[in-house]
Write a protein that binds this ligand. Structure first.
Ligand code: SF4
Length: 220
């Protein structure tokens, strides 16, 4: 477990604000729930990307409480077609909740996606995007973010999702076997989860993206 480092967290929050994102720090999941409740209005259409962090913080339970029009992509009995419909409806939602694969100290969000419904919704569509991330997602810069995904996030997510990939077997991306591995290098698996690589830097729509950094280790 890495040490929580408040100067680094504060530097990151300040950089996110300079990039036109709202940025908050919450000590724990209880504070996250209180803050998220204040950022969503009753009756809002709400949905989310796939995320271990949202389950760990109790966000899924919160948005299932009947106060919101929750588009639940993991509801029992949904066909693949119905799940895809929810992905499309996400673009007109009021609030989209997600985590981030990494957040740089310079205030950029870095997300890598296979199906890519999550990165698409972060980029465009939902009126408000709320990103919740444990302090363990903070990295120095984009190079470190790329490494974090190849060595930590992707291997653990492919194991969780039971994907047949090199990193699920070995704990790191196949691209790291090469000298001078580049961001888009990777495996040729049909179940590859790294297909689109998105950096969210300064935003033109001020405050559309809200980032909550939590003083707990969350997600991968
Ligand atoms: S490209 Fe393939 S091997 Fe590399 S991290 Fe992504 S899923 Fe794993």
């Amino acid at each position: 477990m890495s040490e929580i480092n408040m100067p680094t967290i504060n530097k990151t929050l300040e950089a996110l604000r300079k990039n036109n994102m709202q940025a908050y720090f919450c000590k724990n999941s209880e504070e996250v729930l209180e803050l998220v409740r204040s950022l969503i209005k009753k009756g809002d259409t709400v949905t989310h990307g796939g995320s271990v962090t949202l389950a760990q913080t109790g966000i899924k339970k919160l948005i299932s409480n009947g106060d919101y029009n929750y588009l639940d992509r993991s509801a029992a009995g949904l066909t693949r077609e119905q799940v895809e419909e929810i992905y499309i409806k996400a673009f007109t939602s009021d609030v989209y909740l997600t985590s981030a694969n990494a957040i740089t100290e310079s205030g950029e969000l870095y997300n890598v996606d296979g199906n890519s419904n999550r990165v698409a919704a972060i980029l465009y569509g939902p009126k408000s995007v709320i990103v919740i991330a444990g302090y363990n997602k903070i990295v120095h810069d984009i190079n470190e973010a790329v490494e974090r995904i190849k060595c930590t996030a992707a291997p653990q997510n492919t194991v969780r999702l039971k994907c047949n990939t090199y990193c699920a077997e070995t704990g790191k991306c196949v691209s790291l076997e090469k000298d001078g591995s580049l961001m888009p290098d990777g495996c040729r698996s049909a179940e590859r989860i790294c297909c689109n690589y998105v950096v969210s830097a300064m935003q033109r729509k001020k405050d559309r993206i809200k980032v909550i950094i939590v003083g707990e280790e969350l997600g991968y």
